[in-house]
Design a protein around this ligand. Structure first.
Ligand code: NAG
Ligand code: NAG
Ligand code: NAG
Ligand code: NAG
Length: 397
C-alpha cells in the first residue's frame, strides 16, 4: 500500500504470544478501544489513532493481532509494505482505512474472538507491549447446523481453597461425523486466552474434558473446546469460574439435637470441598469410633462425613462437642455445639407428681366450698336470709 504513510510501513501480525515484545520504548501512543462486539462473518473496523514524537525519523508502524490461544507463535494480519508477509488466514481480508495518524483497520469476515494491537518499530523507537490490545468479541455460531451439534457440559462456578485442588467435571457432545478432533481446556486471559490443557495426549475417550487442577492459587476462568471457533465460550458464552479463597468452609454437625439420657445416637459432621484427591480430615473432640463417608455432590463438589455413635449423659450437659476439618492445603475450620441431654424419666415422674398434687389440692378446695355452702344455706333457711343463693342446694335436698 502506497499511501501518506510513506515512509511509514505498517504491518499487522497475528500474535500467539503476549510476551513477545520484551523491551520497548514509549512516546509513541496509540488510542484504541478496549473491545469491540461483532457477529460472526461480519466486517469490523478497529478505530485507531497514534501520536508520534516530533522527530520520528524513519520508523516502521506495525500492528499485531494476538490469537486467543496464546502460545509461542505470531502472525501478521496486515502489512502495508509487503502483503506477502500477512498470514494466509488474513490475506486480502484486512485494509488500513485511516490516513495520517489515523490507523483504523478494517477486517472482513471475522470468525472468532481475538486480540489485536499495533506496534511501531524504527530507529530507536518501539511501541508494543504497554499497548493494551483490542479485543474483538465475536459472537454467534459460525456454521449454525454443525456448531449447534457441539455442546459442552460443565459447572459455571466452583469454589476452591488456596493451594488445594479443583476438579472441573466436563463432557463434550459432538456431531457423529466428527471423528478426529482435539479437546482443550482454555484459560481466559486479559491479553489472549491460552491453551491450559490438551486432553488429546491423555484421554482416550473423546467425550470427556474433565480436568483436575492442583495447587490452585488464583481465581481464573476456564472453558473447554476443540478449537478457536468450536468452544464453550465462543458458542455459548460460558466459562467455568474457579473462585479461590483462603477461608475454608465450616463443617456442619447434625444429630446432636434432642439428646436423651443413655439413648445412643448417630451424630454426623460433614464438610464440602472441591479436592477429591486430597479430601479434608474430620476430627472430633470426643474419643470415639468414626465412620467416614465420601459423597460426590456433583458439579465439582464433594462432601466428607464423619459419623460417631454417641451415648448422651446429662453429666456432659453444657459441654461442647467439636468437629474440626483440616484441609490438606493447611487450613482448618471448627464447628461446635453445646450438648443438652434431656433427663426423660426423672422429668416425667416429677411432672406426674406435680399434676397429681395440684389435682388433689383442687379437689380438696372444691369439697371444702361445697361443704361450707351447704352449711350457709342451712343457716340462711333458718333465719330467712339469702334463700335465693341456696336454691340449688334446697332443690337437691
Ligand atoms: C515523551 O516525550 C516527551 C517530550 O518529547 C518527554 O518529555 C517525555 O519524558 C517522554 N515520555 C517518556 C515516557 O519517555
Ligand atoms: C467483550 O468481552 C469481554 C469479556 O467477556 C467483556 O468484558 C467486554 O465488555 C466485551 N466487549 C463488548 C464490546 O461487548
Ligand atoms: C479514522 O478514519 C476512519 C475511516 O476513514 C474514520 O471513520 C474515523 O472517524 C477516523 N478517526 C479519527 C479519529 O479521525
Ligand atoms: C447409626 O448408624 C448405623 C449405620 O451406620 C446404624 O446401623 C445404627 O442403627 C445407627 N444407630 C442409631 C442409634 O441410629
Amino acid at each position: 500500500m502506497k499511501s501518506r504513510f510513506d515512509p511509514v510501513t505498517m504491518t499487522f501480525f497475528l500474535l500467539f504470544s503476549s510476551g513477545y515484545f520484551a523491551e520497548s520504548q514509549v512516546n509513541w501512543t496509540f488510542t484504541l478501544p478496549d473491545s469491540i462486539e461483532a457477529s460472526v462473518h461480519s466486517t469490523v473496523e478497529i478505530p485507531c489513532t497514534f501520536s508520534a514524537p516530533e522527530e520520528p525519523g524513519n520508523f516502521l508502524l506495525t500492528r499485531y493481532m494476538i490469537d486467543r490461544y496464546g502460545g509461542n507463535d505470531h502472525q501478521q494480519v496486515y502489512n502495508s509494505n509487503d502483503s506477502r508477509k500477512v498470514s494466509e488466514e488474513y490475506r486480502g481480508r484486512t485494509t488500513l482505512i485511516g490516513h495520517g495518524n489515523n490507523c483504523t483497520l478494517r477486517i472482513t469476515d471475522v470468525t472468532y474472538t481475538a486480540w489485536y494491537y499495533p506496534e511501531i518499530r524504527g530507529g530507536s523507537c518501539k511501541l508494543s507491549k504497554e499497548q493494551k490490545p483490542v479485543r474483538i468479541n465475536v459472537t454467534g455460531c459460525l456454521n449454525r447446523p454443525s456448531c449447534s451439534e457441539w455442546s459442552f457440559t460443565f459447572p459455571s462456578t466452583i469454589k476452591a481453597l488456596t493451594d488445594s485442588c479443583v476438579f472441573i467435571p466436563c463432557t463434550v457432545t459432538h456431531p457423529d461425523k466428527a471423528t478426529d478432533f482435539d479437546i482443550f481446556m482454555f484459560l481466559r486471559n486479559p491479553t489472549g486466552d491460552t491453551v491450559f490443557y490438551n486432553f488429546t495426549t491423555s484421554i482416550s475417550g473423546r467425550s470427556k474434558c474433565s480436568l483436575t487442577i492442583n495447587n490452585i492459587q488464583r481465581t481464573r476462568q476456564y472453558y473447554p473446546g476443540v478449537n478457536r471457533v468450536i468452544n464453550a465460550y465462543n458458542l455459548e458464552g460460558r466459562v467455568c469460574t474457579v473462585t479461590v479463597s483462603d477461608i475454608p468452609p465450616r463443617p456442619v454437625i447434625t444429630g446432636a439435637e434432642n439428646l436423651k439420657e443413655s439413648e445412643a445416637i448417630n451424630i454426623t459432621c460433614a464438610v464440602t470441598h472441591s479436592c477429591s484427591l486430597r479430601p479434608p480430615m474430620l476430627q472430633w473432640n470426643v474419643p470415639n469410633n468414626t465412620t467416614v463417608t465420601h459423597i460426590d455432590l456433583t458439579q465439582g463438589y464433594w462432601e466428607v462425613q464423619s459419623k460417631i455413635l454417641y451415648f448422651p449423659s446429662s453429666k456432659n450437659n453444657d459441654r461442647s462437642l467439636e468437629c474440626s476439618a483440616t484441609f490438606r492445603s493447611g487450613q482448618t475450620s471448627v464447628q461446635k455445639v453445646t450438648l443438652q441431654v434431656e433427663v426423660e424419666s426423672r422429668t416425667s415422674v416429677a411432672i406426674i407428681i406435680i399434676i397429681a398434687g395440684v389435682a388433689g389440692l383442687l379437689l380438696l378446695v372444691l369439697f371444702v366450698i361445697i361443704y361450707k355452702r351447704k352449711k350457709i344455706c342451712h343457716t340462711s333457711d333458718s333465719n330467712g336470709v339469702g334463700a335465693g343463693n341456696c336454691i340449688l342446694f334446697q332443690y337437691r335436698q
